[in-house]
Design a protein around this ligand. Structure first.
Ligand code: ADP
Ligand code: MG
Length: 400
């Protein structure tokens, strides 16, 4: 993994134009930004460049306007929210290319920050059209990519630009790549992973990649039901995928070949009602388990929780994607909360490097109140999952 960072910037950056690709896909309601987390994350890169006297020109997409101007997907309201987070004026240019962008950039002084309109208002962005990339590049002397979450897409502003201008990783991109590398690229072993969530079918590539690289694979969630059923059990009305049994068996065989142990839940929280606070029975799971037709397992049981925590205690590095149960509904949050807290404690004492990601995983860890105690939590969604699948991310590759 080689890429330049802001430490490698030329000495004479003052007065130079830095085109900075950021992630501004913030939640909005009624034209107002409702969660500024993503803005806080990109602030260090913007502040550092501005403090060094660069002219900071921000590029980002918002939503899926599919190559057309869509008023509700304008970045204008985000400029205001960003101004508050940075405590620094942020001007707005209502087009990311052409005369409007040119004029906006010409008027900048050293240290100024300008946000240009949604790159996806132009079809050339998602097509990675070299002509469009050139039109973006006209306004920059250097290119900084601080949007890891968009790095799995080879678009003009995430990939194309890196070939046209001297390219650097921003601080958030750098932190993300360093954290991910310490977890899967060059980890301190034993290395384990929790893979949970709803379905095997959405995470096959990820499971296949992991079993060849890690020492212990701990499976939870609905996908654990599929594995247990693939071993011969009847899982009643539990979420499970009958057409994935062969795949599950193949993954178990591949794991055995690679000396990767697979840990399945040895018991589960079983109910007949998919509802919060439904009555629960804890049932042991093995290949002979026969749940009744109306019974479903919505979370791991107490023995499974103990077992998972005992595994965590043996690890030096843990990667986590996917909850153990239907954590949105008590008491089916029990296993996810208990194991998340255990991983956080081990991390706090310096025993464990813990890296987690995935949309629902991040909400579950927030719900457990442990998000700050993990070594690193990736909010990158799709890019994080593709990284876990072992794929090379085009936006990262282009920085190399
Ligand atoms: P992530 O977004 O972190 O990648 P997923 O989307 O794969 O995670 O999975 C999260 C979803 O899986 C949650 O909505 C959760 O309710 C569901 N889930 C977990 N365990 C079960 C289960 N045993 N039965 C049904 N759904 C489950
Ligand atoms: Mg999800």
């Amino acid at each position: 993994m080689t890429f330049k960072t802001l430490d490698d910037l030329p000495e004479d950056i003052a007065g130079k134009r830095a085109l900075v690709r950021v992630d501004l896909n913030v939640p909005m309601a009624d034209g107002l930004v409702t969660d500024k987390t993503r803005l806080t994350r990109i602030a260090p890169t913007i502040e550092e460049l501005s403090a060094k006297g660069a002219k900071v020109i921000l590029l980002a997409h918002f939503g899926r306007p599919k190559g057309k101007e869509v008023e509700e997907m304008s970045l204008r309201p985000v400029a205001l929210a960003l101004e508050e987070v940075l405590d620094h004026r942020v001007d707005f240019g209502s087009n990311c290319i052409g005369d409007i962008a040119l004029k906006e950039v010409e008027e900048m002084a050293s240290g100024d920050v300008v946000l240009l309109e949604n790159t996806r208002f132009h079809a050339g962005e998602e097509n990675n059209d070299p002509e469009f990339a050139k039109q973006l590049a006209i306004n920059g002397d250097i290119y900084v990519n601080d949007a890891f979450s968009a790095a799995h897409r080879a678009h003009a502003s995430t990939e194309g630009l890196a070939h046209l201008l001297p390219a650097y990783a921003g601080r958030t991109m750098q932190a993300e790549l360093e954290a991910l590398n310490s977890a899967l690229g060059n980890p301190t072993r034993p290395l384990g992973a929790v893979v949970g969530g709803a379905k095997v079918s959405t995470k096959i590539d990820l499971l296949e990649n992991l079993v060849s690289k890690i020492d212990v694979l701990i499976i939870g969630g609905g996908m654990a039901n599929t594995f247990i059923a693939a071993n011969g059990a009847q899982m009643g009305a539990s979420l499970q995928e009958a057409d994935m049994h062969d795949k599950a068996r193949a993954i178990m065989a591949e794991a055995a070949k690679n000396d990767c142990r697979i840990i399945l839940p040895i018991d589960g929280r079983v109910t007949t009602e998919f509802a919060a606070n439904a009555p629960v029975e804890i049932v042991d799971f093995d290949e002979n388990t026969k749940l009744r037709d109306e019974q479903m397992s919505l979370d791991a049981g107490d023995k499974a929780i103990k077992n998972v925590i005992a595994e965590f205690e043996q690890l030096n590095t843990l990667i986590w994607n996917g909850p153990f149960g239907v954590f949105e509904m008590p008491p089916f949050d029990t296993a996810t909360m208990a194991t998340a807290k255990a991983a956080a404690e081990l991390t706090k004492t310096g025993r464990l490097v813990s890296v987690a990601g995935g949309g629902d995983t991040v909400s579950a860890l927030n719900q457990a109140g442990v998000a700050d105690d993990f070594t690193y939590i990736s909010t990158a969604g799709g890019a994080f999952l593709e990284w876990m699948e072992g794929k090379e991310l085009p936006g990262v590759k282009a920085l190399g």
